[in-house]
Write a protein that binds this ligand. Structure first.
Ligand code: GLC
Ligand code: GLC
Length: 829
């Protein structure tokens, strides 16, 4: 069944009942301050780094689910309820949650009292705004008590949920009028604090959790709202919270608006304290707070709260945010009869790409925000999905990533967003990593035409003394693969390749040991056919970049290496009906009919087809036919078959998952678009679109009880056919699926593909798709592209006109004139 619908006009997903099969969330923020926000107002926020600077507490994997958020308790007469449904699961006469581009709005009502909460992070400021409107829809006056509620995190989210012997003694707050300040650790080394404020006078407050809730109560039984009176508690240690108590008298039909702001503020180290400290001690200033505590210099908070002190100011900020998203998404829009495809490709898929750009894999409802930094491989691939939206930021991101590369071309597997330094948390030596840098840089240059990035001096291993041009980084990436080959002339896999769980040199028999950082057996033998295919796919971009920057000799040498690699795949990477996946540390085949389990894998087949390996002699077709035959399901293509039933020491984590989950034969959505793109290389538009559609969430909106995740975003994984919950999705939002599906639909199916000289028009669509239009902003001009497929074919362009003139070839030129150009494409043979 469905739990909502797409409002395409407003670019919102409208959730119509609160008890969705899993919390359906949205992301607030697009720069440095972020909030995760669920359809019942759950979630948390942080400044820049979800681990180190978390403002509010959130309990993952808790009961009930989604505990913790920005809550409002209403007391209408004697009736206490929570208008976002959670935490009290209050019966509501009306409920709706609209998740839009960077904002969410929850509206509900009960017994004639209507509530709405519009939540967002304004552009340029480090805060969440929650604009709350109460409306008395009844015929009589209402006396309403509002209790706001947030729970502060003591900044370091990891420490916050483990180090209780210290944390229960360090919490500190200050209250000044309607402003509650959280200043734990501010007395020592922090120069930042949080503020939770409302723009009206309050009748009371609470800052101590136990005083507000009662020790043995959950959020659903908070004692203070039932008592109807705040305790004016001042937290000292234990668990600091922020709760305002406001008494609102509403005449029949009357509305009242409140602007709540949750902000992050910083002071220079020498200006941390307020000069009026003395008044505070003497009690003259009227501040309530701990007597032995100095008073925060509130200058930054004052400025922030002054700015958002009225509903109009909040509305203006929201309007600016709307304009920001409108302009951003205007860079690529689609109009087609298939509304599901159009709304995903034109809006939600790109929105998700922006979120993955901002979060990498750090904070979602499945990534706790404390574990993972920015992945070298992931960040490069994410770039493919947002480079057309924010090319300047993609440029900066590339330079950050490249700066963590080792001098030999290999890479730390991840780096910290705050320090931008590589770290060894998941080690290094994932031998596919270097190649993704070429992939990312090539995408950036094709989008922008900006070759100057190649001349940027970029450190290796963040060491300025080792800096060299980005071009040299690419060269080291390319030759890292060339110089790290195994017995069959195929690339050595190292710790793993794209598939983090194919750990062929790990041999772990110790419970809990990391599969990624353990090497009990450095074979120097295990090889990856996937890395070979990635090399053949991205290598030509390296060669092309060489040629276009006057390095013809380099280009030629690179092309020779690519030819050698193709030959190695032909010789040792083909299994008869599909491409092999790898050779293990003993030189045994993986992904071969000779294997008992794991006979066929998706990755090497999809990527080889994308790279055009075997396209001329029918092997690519054969490989993708085999993928369809052995791996396809209505919910997408599973990663391998048959699923591994037992743990294999020589394979590592892939065989650790129960059959049908994650890399062990789950539908790992990230790699499905490789098959989609491979199908378009072969000209099979019907099948390409089928593979696109099967993993696209909008087509499963009415199947939400099974799929469970948000119908407006991709999930990393859908349980495969071997799993008891076949079809159930997990790990929504932060996945490389977002970028790759956007590449597959925009560049290869709809066929509007940036190339070095312009925009290549090369659709490969289902024969039933008769026409569509794409609006593409590209290098300073707008291309309004209308594709006419009345011929009903899958691939083939017969003619193109640009502004009425016939175009020679299929690459739209770079106009860069700030104008709109009309492009008419006729498909045909
Ligand atoms: C996760 C990782 C990604 C990896 C994939 C397959 O999505 O973030 O780096 O390629 O799993 O293991
Ligand atoms: C990838 C895989 C996951 C594995 C992780 C290890 O994200 O999807 O299964 O645990 O890599 O880093």
């Amino acid at each position: 069944m469905q739990y909502g619908y797409f409002d395409d006009e407003a670019r919102e997903y409208v959730i119509t009942r609160p008890d969705t099969p899993y919390p359906w969330i949205n992301y607030l923020g697009c720069d440095e301050f972020y909030g995760l926000f669920s359809n019942t107002s759950g979630g948390y926020c942080f400044y820049r780094d979800a681990r180190m600077l978390r403002l509010t507490r959130y309990r993952y994997n808790n009961v009930p689910a989604d505990a913790g958020g920005r809550y409002f308790y209403l007391r209408d007469g004697g009736d206490v309820w929570t208008p976002s449904w959670m935490p009290m699961k209050s019966a509501l006469d009306r409920y709706e949650c609209r998740h839009g581009m960077g904002y969410s709005k929850i509206s509900s009502s009960r017994n004639g009292l209507a509530f709405s909460q519009t939540s967002f992070v304004p552009l340029g400021d480090n805060c969440e705004i929650h604009k709350v409107i109460l409306t008395n829809e009844s015929k009589a006056q209402k006396n309403v008590d509002i209790f706001s509620f947030i729970e502060f995190c003591l900044w370091n989210a990891n420490d916050d949920m483990t180090n209780f012997q210290r944390n229960f003694s360090i919490g500190e707050v200050e209250v000044e009028g309607s402003r509650i300040y959280h200043k734990t650790e501010y007395r020592e080394r922090r120069n930042h604090f949080a503020v939770w404020a409302v723009n009206v006078p309050i009748n009371g407050f609470d800052t101590d959790r136990q005083s507000f809730l009662g020790l043995y109560n959950g959020f659903d039984q908070a004692k203070t709202p039932f008592e109807g009176k705040a305790n004016n508690s001042i937290a000292s240690g234990w668990a600091p919270i922020g709760s305002h108590h406001i008494k609102a008298v509403l005449a029949a039909g009357e509305s009242k608006t409140f602007v709540f702001v949750l902000g992050y503020c910083e002071n220079p180290a020498d200006q941390k304290w307020d000069a009026s400290f003395k008044d505070f001690i003497s009690g003259k200033s009227g501040n309530k707070g701990v007597i032995n505590s100095k008073v925060i210099n509130k200058t930054p908070a004052n400025a922030l709260l002054e700015k958002y002190k009225t509903a109009e100011a909040a509305d203006t900020a929201l309007a600016a945010l709307n304009v920001y998203w409108k302009n951003l998404l205007a860079r690529f829009t689609v109009d087609a009869e298939d509304k599901k495809m159009a709304r995903m490709a034109g809006v939600w898929n790109q929105y998700q790409c922006m979120v993955t750009f901002n979060m990498s894999r750090s904070a979602s409802y499945f990534e706790s925000g404390i574990g993972r930094g920015m992945g070298f491989r992931d960040s490069n691939q994410d770039l493919l999905g947002f480079v057309h939206l924010v090319p300047e930021r993609a440029r900066a991101r590339i330079l950050d990533i490249a700066a963590t590369q080792f001098p030999d071309g290999s890479a730390y597997h991840q780096y910290q967003p705050l320090t931008k330094r590589g770290n060894n948390d998941v080690g290094s030596g994932f031998n596919d990593d270097p190649l993704w840098l070429i992939c990312g840089v090539a995408a950036y240059i094709k989008e922008t035409g900006d070759y100057s990035i190649l001349d940027e001096k970029v450190p290796f291993d963040n060491n300025e003394a080792l800096a060299d041009t980005l071009f040299i980084h690419l060269k080291r990436s390319f030759y890292y693969t060339v110089t790290n080959k195994g017995p069959h002339g195929l690339p050595l896999i190292g710790r793993a390749d794209w598939n983090d769980c194919l750990n062929l040199n790990c041999f772990s028999s110790t419970p809990g040991e990391s599969f990624q950082t353990t090497a009990n057996f450095e074979s120097g033998i295990a090889e990856s056919v996937l890395i070979a295919a990635i090399f053949v796919f991205t290598g030509p971009d390296f060669a092309e970049i060489c040629r276009r920057t006057g390095r013809a000799d380099e280009a030629e040498s690179a092309e020779k290496e690519i030819a050698v690699m193709i030959e190695a795949v032909n010789q040792h990477g083909w299994d008869g009906d599909w491409f092999l996946r790898a050779y293990d540390a003993h030189g045994k085949k993986i992904g071969s009919r000779e294997c008992d389990d794991g006979k066929i894998f998706i990755e090497s087949n999809g990527f080889a087809a994308m790279a055009g390996i075997g396209a001329e002699d029918g092997r690519a077709q054969k490989a993708l036919d085999s993928v369809k035959e052995h791996l396809d399901t209505p919910y997408g293509i599973v990663l391998l078959q048959p699923a591994y039933k037992d743990y294999h020491l020589e394979l590592g984590e892939v065989s650790s998952y129960p059959p049908g989950y994650k890399e062990n034969a789950g539908i790992f959505c990230h790699n499905n678009p490789w098959v989609t793109i491979g199908e378009t290389v072969l000209g099979r538009g019907n099948r390409a679109f089928e593979t696109y559609k099967n993993i696209c969430p909008a087509y499963r909106e009415d199947d939400s009880d099974l799929r469970r995740m948000e119908p407006y975003v991709y999930a990393q994984m859908v349980a495969g056919k071997d799993a008891p919950h076949f079809g159930e999705a997990k790990n929504s939002w932060l996945t490389g699926t977002a970028a790759w599906t956007f590449v597959s639909i925009s560049q290869y199916i709809l066929g509007v593909r940036p190339v070095y000289d312009g925009l290549l028009i090369d659709p490969c669509i289902p024969s039933t798709m008769k026409n569509y239009t794409v609006m593409r902003h590209f290098r300073g001009a707008d291309y309004h592209i209308t594709v006419d497929n009345s011929a009903g074919i899958e691939k083939g362009v017969k003619s193109i006109t640009v502004d009425g003139n016939a175009l020679d070839g299929d690459v739209l030129p770079v106009f860069g004139d700030g104008k709109k150009h009309e492009v008419i494409v006729k498909m045909g043979v």
